[in-house]
Ligand binder design. Structure first.
Ligand code: CO
Length: 174
């Protein structure tokens, strides 16, 4: 089954995802599909729940270029430390047309497993730090729109309502 991008307000986006128990060829195949979706949609990060797969895994390529050198995979990630603050505009592939300012830690230390099952620890700053926090939020069922100021939230309300109408008009998938 091919993975596809899940849009707001699909309930899977609000669910807390389960840990990845085994990192096998099926997981690696799905991650490859996720990178294809990421590049097609011109994003810099994508979490598994956004493709209908409710597990604790996300991918990132902060370069925005479809080359393997920039590709990172974070499986069962945890933030070990965070410091500083940045406030920048964010968007989300699952919430098209909606953008707003979100406050994030400027720097994080994250631990995770890679596609070979090997544990690693990484320090990230600025854009990369923000991508990691945004994607990790997805694994906890948190969307960036819940982190907007009430003013920004009001500003994007029309777009959100439109997405909600489009979603409820769609026949249930089988
Ligand atoms: Co997102």
């Amino acid at each position: 089954m091919a993975l596809k991008l899940i849009l707001y307000p699909d309930p899977i986006l609000k669910r807390r995802a389960a840990p990845v128990a085994t990192i096998d060829d099926e997981v690696r195949g799905r991650v490859r599909e996720m990178f294809e979706i990421l590049y097609r949609e011109k994003g810099v990060g994508l979490a598994a729940p956004q493709v209908g797969w409710s597990v604790r895994l996300f991918i990132a390529n902060p370069t925005g270029e479809p080359y393997a050198e920039g590709e990172r995979v974070y499986i069962n990630p945890r933030i070990l430390a965070a410091e500083g603050e940045i406030r920048e505009e964010e968007g989300c592939l699952s919430i098209p047309e909606v953008r707003g300012i979100v406050g994030r830690s400027r720097k994080v230390v994250v631990s995770a497993q890679d596609l070979g099952g090997v544990a690693f620890k990484e320090e990230a700053e600025d854009l990369k730090s923000r991508v990691i926090q945004h994607e990790l939020d997805h694994l906890d069922g948190i969307l960036f729109i819940s982190r907007l100021s009430s003013l920004d939230r009001l500003r994007v309300n029309k777009e959100l309502k439109q997405l909600e109408r489009r979603y409820s008009a769609k026949p249930a998938s089988v």
